[in-house]
Design a protein around this ligand. Sequence first.
Ligand code: KG4
Ligand code: ZN
Length: 348
Amino acid sequence: MRVLGIETSCDETGVAVYCTERGLLAHALFSQVRMHAAYGGVVPELASRDHVRKLLPLIRQVLNEAGLGTADLDGIAYTRGPGLVGALLVGASVASSLGYALRRPVLGVHHMEAHLLAPMLEASQPEFPFVALLVSGGHTMLVQVAGIGRYRLLGQSLDDAAGEAFDKTAKLLNLPYPGGPALERLAADGNPARFRFPRPMTDRPGLDFSFSGLKTFTRNTVQSQGDDPQTRADIARAFQDAVVDTLAIKCRRALQHTGVSGLVVAGGVGANRALRDRLQTVAAEQGARVYYPRLELCTDNGAMVALAGALRLEAGERQPSSAFDVVARWPLDSLCPPGEAIPPRQVS
Ligand code: KG4
Ligand code: ZN
């Protein structure tokens, strides 16, 4: 089964074709990062307009690369939420129109489910059950995954998401948007021994996170220590070490608590090298294995949407053709296994 995947939930237009027999056939991404950088963050209206400009050319490009015509597609998947409503609507309307014209099933996919299944695009694939650490710009979650659509939330951030903390801290250090990759580069020149930032909520039991205090800690450190280049690098290093350490402590706890032997790491912050290396060590200590998507499939992309859609469509899930909607907020643990129930509809 060949499924076209469309991702437009935020500031990347992603398109891909995934085949359930042959794997990923082609994928392409257009990042709006340069456009939003001038504003220091994503401007939703500009994001929507740019998806409108880029989506159809990207679909043509991906089909060309895969050597396919639209008639070769067996289904179409789009990100239904969570995300920016205007941006989501672009993907949803193009997917629904294509499906209607081609008489193919169309399925709205949960963005975080797509992230957590992304390691299945790689040669070394996790087997159920596993624990997933989802760390993106909007979410930080630890999820016990028994199968597709069988998700139990173990813990989540009570305030800022990990990626959001990276982005806000990067701003305090005068780094360009998006902050995560820029902060990681600056931290590489930092002295790890100069500052020690707190590891929030690691001194009490449980698997929830809190990252907003770290931002305040960074601001106070910048104010008291100045912002010469070396100090900025040292602060970036201390911040990154604190986030990585906090995530690692909670992942170790989640592995111990559930007794599973696989840890999946996905979402934009999963592209952070220090985090990847650290979780590799933590998992090895627990006799577990870590699974990541390749770097470019950690951040938003169409391949993960095509995959999630293909797995659900192949299992027989169908969405009524009238169910053309998007959802700004959509709890991951409200999902059901393929075909067991139509995802709850919700007016955003
Ligand atoms: O998953 P994603 O592409 O979009 C959302 O669904 O939010 O994640 C984007 C987030 C941003 O906050 C970005 O700063 C962060 O992931 N990020 C990183 C790195 N690459 C992206 N954070 C830390 N280190 C990185 N290398
Ligand atoms: Zn994402």
